[in-house]
Design a protein around this ligand. Structure first.
Ligand code: PMP
Length: 354
């Protein structure tokens, strides 16, 4: 075989190395601390559904029952939802569907890096607008760039990962209006923000795709259930290249059981997370040397005087957090807010080390 069998655009990619996590308190991936199978009624519902789903049949390709349940949850029509193997799959479908090599993806930085990676794999060009001060996004800059470049795809995470910043709905809408092409609004963390979704405006915008997930507020990260919401024409387009059986029966049934008890699960999971987030921010905001950024999510970004030293101090206390190599996130740690007990432990270490 000749030696150029790898596609040009992925030749420089490093293999994915599974991070070796030695700590027992793992708060590096914005996971929920709450297990849906600990809710007796959700577990019973899941098992009942599973008992009626034979393993020898392939799953429903468009997960019609789940699609209808998710549509009801977000307030749209079932044909305006595409269910996916985590939000990650929708992101990759968006890139595959709309980006040709050489096209432009526009987003802001810092943000969730999968967008840029997927676009690069396809040989697209990634244009970013930098934040203003390590936290606040350059709203005018992004709007101006959209109008100037008219990229094939524009991405805005709202709230943003890793900063936690939420932008108001009227700004989000102005971005969608300014673009001639696709605008992706990633609302993976919206349930923690207590803010309205741009899905409320779906009928007005044929270029809008909203990304949601059950990984965060519903605690289903292990089941890999995400979904895209858009007008039917875009949903149908995204369905063209998805794997036919993208979501297995275990995940479909778990997600259906979660949707049957959506209100109970959210009422159980969200308030303690928000209270722990408030405690965390109040406890650290006046500690000299620390910058604690406001958050509308289940994580908080903190800039510390010496990132590696703080990571080590947390590691020594058996805690694993997310740190960054990128220059614009120098000495920043992203800390997932889980239980009160964990948050108190993190606060104690960070106060001592700062
Ligand atoms: N969007 C954002 C902003 C995220 O942070 C994540 C997960 N970290 C996702 C989408 C994808 O989540 P999942 O694939 O677990 O649904």
């Amino acid at each position: 075989m000749n030696n150029n069998w790898l596609r040009n655009t992925i030749r420089s990619f490093e293999p994915y190395v599974v991070p070796e996590i030695k700590e027992h308190i793992v708060i590096n991936a914005n996971e929920s601390p709450y297990n849906i199978f600990d809710f007796p009624q959700v577990k019973a519902d899941f098992l009942e559904r599973l008992a009626k789903t034979p393993s020898y049949h392939y799953p429903d390709p468009f997960a019609e029952e789940l699609r209808a349940a998710l549509a009801k949850y977000v307030g749209c029509q079932p044909q305006e939802v595409l269910v996916s193997n985590g939000g990650d799959e929708i992101i990759s479908l968006i890139m595959n569907t709309f980006l040709n090599p050489g096209d432009t993806l526009l987003t802001h930085t810092p943000t969730f890096d999968i967008y840029g990676i997927d676009a690069e794999v396809l040989g697209a060009q990634v244009v970013t607008v930098s934040d203003l001060d390590g936290y606040r996004r350059d709203r005018d800059g992004l709007l101006t760039k959209v109008k100037e470049v008219q990229p094939k795809v524009t991405v805005l995470c709202n709230p943003n990962n890793p900063t936690g910043e939420l932008l108001p709905l009227d700004y989000v809408e102005s971005l969608v209006q300014a673009a001639d092409n696709i605008v992706v609004i990633d609302e993976a963390y919206l349930e923690f923000a207590g803010a309205p979704s741009i899905i409320t405006k779906l009928s007005q915008y044929d270029n809008l795709i909203v990304i949601r997930t059950l990984s965060k507020a519903f605690g289903l990260a292990g089941c890999r259930v995400g979904y895209g919401v858009a007008q039917k024409e875009l949903i149908d387009a995204l369905g063209l290249t998805k794997l036919v059986y993208n979501l297995n029966i275990l995940s479909q049934n778990a997600a259906l059981a979660a949707m049957d008890y959506a209100d109970d699960i959210l009422a159980h999971n969200i308030p303690p997370t928000l209270a722990a987030r408030q405690y965390f921010m109040d406890a650290l905001k006046d500690v000299p040397g620390l910058t604690v950024y406001p958050s509308s999510t289940n994580f908080v970004l903190v800039r510390v005087p010496d990132g590696p030293a703080m990571v080590k101090a947390l590691h020594d206390a058996d805690i694993c957090v997310r740190s960054y190599k990128a220059a614009n996130l120098k000495n920043c740690l992203r800390i997932t807010i889980t239980t009160d007990e964990v948050v108190r432990k993190v606060v104690a270490v960070m106060t001592e080390e700062a």
